[in-house]
Write a new protein. Sequence first.
Lengths: 354, 387
Amino acid sequence: MTKVVVAMSGGVDSSVAAALLKQQGYDVIGMMLRLWSEPGKEESNRCCTPESMALARRVAAKLDIPFYVVDAKDVFRETVVQYFLDGYARGETPNPCLLCNRQIRWTFLLDHALALGADFMATGHYARRRTADGGRQELLRAVDLAKDQSYVLHVLNQEKLQRALFPVGDYPKPEIRKIAESFGLPTASRHDSQDLCFLAGDDYRNFLRRNAAELMRPGQIVTREGKILGEHNGLANYTIGQRKGLGAGSPVPLYVLGKNAETNTLLVGTQEELGSRELTAREVNWVSGEAPMESFRAEVKIRYTAKEAPAEVMPLDNGSRVRVRFDAPVRDVTAGQAAVFYQGDVLLGGGIIQ
Amino acid sequence: MLGKIYLDYAATTPVDPRVLDVMQPYFSASFGNPSSVHRYGQIAEAAVESARETVASVLNCRPDEIVFTSCGSESDNLALRGAALAMREKNGANWIITSRAEHHAVSKTAEHLEKYYDFKVEWLDVDKHGMVTPEMVKKAVCDKTALVSVMYANNEIGTINPIQEIAEICRANGILFHTDAVQAAAYLPVDVNALGVDLMSLGGHKFYGPKGVGALYVRKGTALVPHLTGGAQENGLRAGTQNVPYIVGFAEALRLTHEEREQRAAHVKPLRDRIIGTVLEMIPDSKLTGHLESRLPNHASFVFKDVDGNLLLQLLDAAGFACSSGSACKTGNPEPSEVITSLGFSHDWALGSLRVTLGKDSAPEQVDSFLKVLPSLVDQARKLNQR
């Protein structure tokens, strides 16, 4: 019997994923990660509150599958949280969920799953996997485009995709709720908050103040022309495209254009200056395992919630980096977020915006 | 039932079918309340009192020295809280002496008494086998000691304490002595007069009785303050309508255990010794926890260096073997257990504990197949730990 570990969260999507696999005849095991939070807030990590754990356990009992909690606190702190702090130290706006998917879900947890004798690991992500000619695995957008989560999975390679199952990616979300009801499973979604799990509901700025106070040094607010407009209260407090709260006296509305961590300056400009035609991305992962040699056309998504924009993608340094040239300027290109390239439904790869 | 091999009899045991049989009539047919005047009540009362006599005969005590409770933990709570409060009222004694290797039912109750009732707790260190020696107790007692509580046999590491000698010291100093015999009762004699204890806790499900029922032996003349107040049941020490079928089941399970104790021990001991011998020989960086000789005959426990004990349990479960670790933890929050830590193991050893406990239905073939897979699973857990 084919054995599959389902990464469960207590939410409707992973619960249905487990139910569908069980129905399809797999030998299903439920697993849940215990992740890190600041001392004293251990029970408040959004991804593994005691309530969600109890819920996942109930679902597992209902489906009559084994369920194990795996401790990932140390490795999560060392990798994901460190990455978050390092990103802000570089003046970027990091997306730690990407690293969590690569290092925690699809490495740490996958290793545990394989150690238990699993052939596959499944998650409740809205994405699809397809086997192309020659056995190559492709990563596809979900059927429900509004729910598509393939963006955060661009870090997967062939080896991991061979082991991956995304059972809910084939269904529209309302259908998932119906399936949950038909199995008698809880139908609650974790509210689609953009908050990071380890912030435990707190503002990321407070978290940084407590854990990396040195990042909150005041510095100058400058224009492209080098004109000093005022003082900022720490680069990490600002996001690209932000308009409010700059406190810089100016007759025209000003927006955050960029950050320079070396000089600790915040670059601002007018709305017209906000768009960029080009970006460079590093640490590029090509899902196929082979970096293209030549430029290609693609739709590029520059953050989880952004709409794709048509562009030309040029591989650099044997594909470890790329330059992306958009057909029309796009707003709020943010260093630290990922640029992910699609052709139609197929996700080709992605990297971190510099 | 699950097609798996159960090696966790220290956690709980299945109800013996013979026990279930004698319980059956008291659910629906003879359902009366033992406190009622009518015949229904009389029949129920007779069942409870006959159970009390059975328990008393095994414990070699008087029936009115037995208090039925809802579990071993409740018995520990009643013993510690009840005796400590009563002793302080009597002579102002406000020290409780207990060990660092006790079950939480005792240690957390002692902490509670310290925090909310202004008692002082003296925690006895244990030796490297997890044993409390009579000398330690002798050194610790003073005229302010209200109560000493030392467990009969340790649930995590199987070590048997010299209860008789500790009881003698307490007796000589006029101090009450309680022992938690919840884990011990399945395999060790529980004659309270031979042991010399004043208070002794038992829990039914550790010896093929049902869960949800326990008993506390209270030596005649020992004052206790009840912690569950209400009706006058159980000599006024434990209010609440008695759980008749479970009390009947408890007594029958204890009676059978007493009757079959030697043959059960003779059955599990060689299997235990095979486990201990093979593990220590086959698995590098492995150590026995607890005492080599003075340990429960069904109990083998180990620590493995650089192993996440919780992960090892998951690997074992997936391979079809139900075991347990020192830190019984389903939430994936690995903290080394106080008991293992009290033995002096460093962090890299203390997290990797494994407890394998046998029962009367354990078969040699089960032990063989367990020992066949364990070394490779420990190895696998070590590899995952290195990431």
